[in-house]
Design a protein around this ligand. Sequence first.
Ligand code: ZN
Length: 94
Amino acid sequence: MVTRRVCCVDKCKNTNSGCVKLFALPKDSLRRQQWLGKLKLRKLRCNTKIEHVRVCSIHFVTGKPALPYYPSNHIDWVPTCFLDGMPEKLGDKL
Ligand SMILES: [Zn+2]
């Protein structure tokens, strides 16, 4: 049985489809905390298991999180894009 997962970022409703991919939280606990701090996770209910949290590819500059052996100053070490919701108009982002 396949569970339909949705991105955990506030106002983002992306699912694993087309060019959008969903990524689980990092296994490394320090990095995981950094992600959770970034994500704020207002949508996260108390019955949502942390293992089930997913972040979609639009929140990463390169479209995917940095691999665990990358340096921690990599641009996609933590998600940084559109964390306050989807952009209304991409053209306004100057
Ligand atoms: Zn998302």
